[in-house]
Design a protein around this ligand. Structure first.
Ligand SMILES: NC(=O)c1ccc[n+]([C@@H]2O[C@H](COP(=O)([O-])OP(=O)(O)OC[C@H]3O[C@@H](n4cnc5c(N)ncnc54)[C@H](O)[C@@H]3O)[C@@H](O)[C@H]2O)c1
Length: 260
């Protein structure tokens, strides 16, 4: 399998581990299994401490931790320049970052503030463009970029509100980026993950209701796991998906295909 994937010793930047429940952590664990070299970016010291603790269970893995706040162009550029200087070539990025103000998820959508809208877009959608731009000079051998989206991008899901609009922009950004940098043999895809209980998910008021609804009506009659999302992300980072770019791929037990 290692040969099919061609991820051994490849330098993959993983953005967005907050704790062991983070989708990004699931992806990092799968990347370790296939022999990739993982470079983590984190925003807060708290996440760095969590990351260091998590990595204590992987003593034979070398991992690099770089601070990166995606709300700041300077921080993003400094992070990717540091990564580029350390590893030379970047082969892949996992963008698993999103944020919106709690009140914009809790209030009526009608009440979304101008600032809250801009903040959700900046953190959750523009950050993919900014990170790709900063990594581009170091992606000299082609590569693959994968971001995490959600069904709220195209359907109305109670309590997802401004984040749904940000995910719609994220998925459109995936298509425009894919078209722009495809000639450099860099692919860009989104994974539309099913609902998973993480820190970010706690911000969505109706999350438990969503989990129950999926169990009832998804073709697989269950919710998906962190490992299932991680495995498909590995496919999208790997040689196996070399003909795929600009897509949104659903890892949701088929929930998105259902009508009522
Ligand atoms: N959990 C779900 O049900 C679900 C479903 C579909 C998509 N997603 C998406 O998956 C991604 C990861 O979320 P998660 O569920 O693993 O939750 P999480 O809270 O573990 O991860 C979100 C990460 O975003 C980071 N982040 C927020 N603002 C940042 C900033 N300014 N700079 C740098 N990092 C910042 C946080 O530090 C955190 O590590 C998000 O894009 C989320 O929307 C989650």
């Amino acid at each position: 399998m290692e040969n099919l994937l061609q991820l051994k010793d490849k330098n993959i930047v993983v953005m967005g581990v907050a704790n062991d429940r983070s989708i990004a952590w699931g992806i990092a664990k799968s990347l370790f299994e296939v022999g990739a070299n993982v470079i983590f970016t984190y925003r807060k010291e708290r996440s760095l401490m969590k990351l260091e603790k998590l990595m204590a269970g992987y003593e034979d893995q070398e991992a690099t931790f770089i601070q990166c706040d995606v709300n700041s162009d300077e921080s993003i550029k400094a992070a990717f320049d540091t990564i580029g200087a350390k590893v030379g070539t970047i082969h892949g990025i996992v963008h698993s970052v999103a944020f919106a103000n709690a009140e914009d998820l809790k209030n009526r959508f009608l009440e979304t503030s101008r600032d809250g809208y801009a903040f959700a877009q900046d953190t959750s959608a523009y950050s993919l463009i900014a990170a790709t731009k900063a990594a581009h000079p170091y992606m000299t051998e082609g590569g693959s970029i994968v971001t995490m989206s959600y069904l709220g991008a195209e359907r109305v899901l109670e309590g997802y509100n401004v984040m749904g609009v940000a995910k719609a922009a994220l998925e459109a950004s995936v298509r425009y980026l894919a078209a722009d940098i495809g000639a450099d043999n860099i692919r860009v895809n989104a994974i539309s993950a099913g609902a998973i209980k993480t820190l970010a998910a706690k911000g969505v008021p109706s999350f438990n209701k969503i989990l129950n609804r999926i169990e009832e009506s998804a073709p697989l009659k269950r919710n998906v796991t962190q490992a299932e999302v991680a495995d498909m992300t590995i496919v999208m980072l790997s040689h196996l998906s070399r003909g795929v770019t600009g897509e949104t791929i659903y890892i949701d037990g088929g929930y998105n295909i259902m009508g009522i």
